[in-house]
Design a protein around this ligand. Structure first.
Ligand code: SF4
Length: 438
C-alpha cells in the first residue's frame, strides 16, 4: 500500500478543476482518496483498500482515520456550487455502523410509501444538473463519493433482520447509484450473491450501463435492476457523466436476458419551458418506445421534477457558476403540495404524465404504472389506482389512501409490515431531500 499523505495536506489543487469538467464514468478517476475511520482495521479491509488504491496510482491518498465516512469533509470554505462538484472528484473509503434505514413515507396531499434501504456506497460520480441530493445532509457535510468497505457487517445486519421478520425488501439505489462505480468497486456481485441466499430482495437503481460484473452472477431473481431513464437529449446534457439512454437500455436488455427482473423509472420528467412542447413530447415518446424495445419492465414509475428550496437553490448556483446545464425554467414552477416542493404547474404536469402514460399503454396495457411523490388527485385524474401503488421502491402493492394515524385501517398484508407502513412526512426540506432518489 502506498503511504498516505498526512491529512493536513494542501487541498487547493482539488479546487482547480476546469469549470466545464465532466465526470466520465468510463474513465472516472478520483483525484483524491480519503481513508476514513475503520478502513485499515483488519487485513480484509486493508486488502480491499490496497486493491482500490492500485487502480488509481495518480490519486493523492489522504489519511483521515479519526474521522467517520460522513464527516471526512476536507472541502471546508469552498462555496457550495463548487463543493458538490468537487466532491465528485474525491473518493472516501469508510466503514458504516448501521446499514438498514427507513424512508418513513409521506402522508399529505403528496403520497409516497414507506420503504427500507441499505446502501453499500454513498452518492455517485455523476453530475446531474437537477440532482435531488444536493440539498441532502450528507451532500452538505461530505459531498464525496463513498464506498463502505465493511460489506460483511451489512450482510450480518440484513441476515439478522430476515431471521427476525421472515423476509425483507431493501432499496440500494436511493442515496447511491448502485452500479456506477462497480467497475472498480467490485461490490455489486457480492451483494447480488448474498441476497440470492436469503429470503430478501434488493433493488439496484442506476443511470449507468455497468452490468458486466453481475450478468453471470447467481441472482435467483432476488436482485431487481431498475434504470432511471430520461430522453436521449437529457441523458447527454443535463445528466452529465451518466450513460446515454441507448447504453442504459442496452444494459437493461442484457440484464433481462440474464434473467434479472427489470424496472424503469422515468424521472425527472423535464419540460423545456413553461409549456409541454411537441418537441419534448416526441423526445419522451421516443424514449418510452426505445425502453420497451430493449426490455419488458415489470413496472414503470414516473416522476416529474420536484425540488425542495435547497435543491432548487443549489441548481441555480451551479448553473450560475457554469458547472451544469439549466434543467428547468422558473416560469414553469410553483410550490405545490404539502411537502413544499417546487413542481411544474398542474396543467403542465398533467400534460407530461398523460402523454407518457398513453405511450406506455399503447405498448403494454397491463404494466403497473406508479407516480413518485405525486398527489392522490393526479393518480385519479390519470386513471391510476393509488390503492395498489407498485412503485419502484416497494415490493408488493401499497395502499396510498389509508391514513397511518389510524392503525385499524392499516392493511395486514402478511408481508413486511415495514414496507406497508406510513408515517406523516416531515415537511423540512432537509429530511425530504435526503430521502429523494439518486
Ligand atoms: S441525480 Fe442521482 S445519478 Fe444524478 S448526480 Fe444526483 S445522485 Fe448521481
Amino acid at each position: 500500500m502506498r503511504k498516505p499523505k498526512p491529512r493536513d495536506a494542501d487541498y487547493q489543487s482539488i479546487c482547480a478543476i476546469p469549470q466545464d469538467a465532466v465526470v466520465d464514468p468510463r474513465g472516472w478517476a478520483p483525484e483524491r482518496i480519503i481513508l476514513a475511520k475503520g478502513v485499515l482495521d483488519n487485513p480484509a479491509y486493508r486488502a480491499y483498500v490496497d486493491r482500490v488504491l492500485r487502480q488509481f496510482p495518480n490519486a493523492e491518498v489522504v489519511e483521515a482515520l479519526d474521522r467517520s465516512w460522513n464527516s471526512a469533509d476536507l472541502l471546508k470554505g469552498v462555496p457550495f456550487a463548487e463543493r458538490f462538484d468537487l466532491g465528485k472528484r474525491t473518493l472516501v473509503l469508510g466503514t458504516r455502523g448501521r446499514f438498514i434505514t427507513t424512508f418513513p413515507g409521506i402522508f399529505e396531499d403528496v403520497r409516497c410509501p414507506s420503504f427500507e434501504r441499505s446502501h453499500f456506497q454513498d452518492l455517485c460520480p455523476f453530475s446531474c444538473a437537477y440532482c435531488y441530493l444536493t440539498a441532502s445532509t450528507t451532500s452538505r457535510m461530505a459531498p464525496q463519493v463513498k464506498i463502505f468497505v465493511n460489506l460483511d457487517d451489512m450482510f450480518s445486519e440484513i441476515a439478522t433482520a430476515v431471521q427476525r421478520r421472515g423476509r425483507l425488501f431493501l432499496s440500494a439505489g436511493e442515496l447511491q447509484d448502485s452500479l456506477a462505480i462497480d467497475w472498480f468497486a467490485g461490490q455489486a456481485r457480492r451483494v447480488v450473491e448474498f441476497f440470492a441466499g436469503v429470503n430478501a430482495k434488493v433493488l439496484f437503481l442506476t443511470k449507468s450501463d455497468k452490468v458486466d460484473g453481475i450478468l453471470d452472477a447467481d441472482h435467483r431473481g432476488h436482485t431487481i435492476l431498475s434504470w432511471s431513464l430520461n430522453t436521449d437529449k437529457i441523458t447527454r446534457t443535463i445528466e452529465a457523466g451518466t450513460a446515454p439512454l441507448a447504453r442504459r437500455l442496452d444494459a437493461a436488455r442484457r440484464a433481462q436476458a440474464a434473467g434479472y427482473p427489470i424496472r424503469y423509472r422515468i424521472d425527472p420528467i423535464l419540460a423545456d419551458g413553461p409549456d409541454w412542447t411537441p418537441g419534448r413530447d416526441a423526445e419522451y415518446r421516443d424514449a418510452v418506445r426505445a425502453a420497451f424495445d430493449a426490455a419488458r419492465p415489470e413496472r414503470v414509475t414516473l416522476g416529474s421534477f420536484r425540488a425542495v428550496d435547497g435543491c432548487k437553490n443549489a441548481h441555480e448556483a451551479r448553473v450560475q457558476a457554469g458547472r451544469v446545464e439549466r434543467a428547468v425554467t422558473d416560469r414553469a414552477l410553483a410550490k405545490i403540495g404539502g411537502d413544499r416542493r417546487w413542481r411544474f404547474k398542474d396543467e403542465l404536469r398533467f400534460a407530461m404524465y398523460h402523454s407518457i402514460i398513453s405511450e406506455i399503454r399503447a405498448l403494454d396495457p397491463e404494466v403497473p404504472i406508479a407516480l413518485c411523490k405525486e398527489t392522490l388527485e393526479f393518480w385519479h385524474r390519470l386513471g391510476l389506482d393509488p390503492t395498489s401503488c407498485k412503485c419502484n421502491c416497494v415490493d408488493e402493492g401499497v395502499d396510498l389512501t389509508l391514513d397511518p394515524s389510524n392503525p385499524a385501517r392499516t392493511p395486514a398484508r402478511g408481508g413486511d409490515p415495514i414496507t406497508n407502513r406510513y408515517r406523516a412526512g416531515s415537511t423540512s426540506g432537509a429530511t425530504h431531500s435526503e430521502d429523494d432518489d439518486a
